[in-house]
Design a protein. Structure first.
Length: 139
């Protein structure tokens, strides 16, 4: 069995944002040479997420509004975590909701997606560099 590891780095200029990282993951898969196996993609930071869904502008806007309703950024003093001098408690909660990682099957050297599926990096406390791990195993 072969194994491939790559780190992808992102610096989202705003506090929150969603980035379709499917092309970057597909490039990793091509470079790995793996034809059959599994591809793990996970955020290596506790205020960011990786998830699979449709790349549709309305849906991305819906996520933004929905997450802000569930865990609003302000007022920052509503969160115990922020009493330590932080201002990102909402980002930790948003990450918990959206998830840390995805695993996608690799079949015939391609990501084995359902219709419209894409891999996204979700940033909830941006304006600094963060990384995503891509780990591919298989034959």
């Amino acid at each position: 069995m072969k194994s491939y590891r790559e780190e992808l780095w992102f610096n989202v200029p705003d506090r929150r944002g969603f980035v379709n990282i499917t092309p970057k993951v597909e490039a990793c898969l091509r470079e790995s040479g793996i034809q059959e196996g599994l591809c793990l993609v996970n955020a290596m930071h506790i205020t960011a997420s990786v998830y699979v869904n449709d790349d549709e502008r309305g849906l991305l806007g819906d996520y933004e509004e929905w997450l802000e309703e569930l865990a609003p950024h302000a007022p920052i003093n509503q969160y115990r975590h922020n009493r330590t001098g932080e201002d990102n408690a909402d980002a930790h909660l948003k990450r918990q909701i959206m998830g840390r990682e995805v695993v996608v099957a690799v079949t015939g050297g391609r990501l084995d997606f359902g219709p419209w599926e894409q891999i996204f990096y979700g940033e909830f406390d941006g304006r600094r560099r963060k990384r995503v791990l891509v780990k591919i195993i298989g034959e």
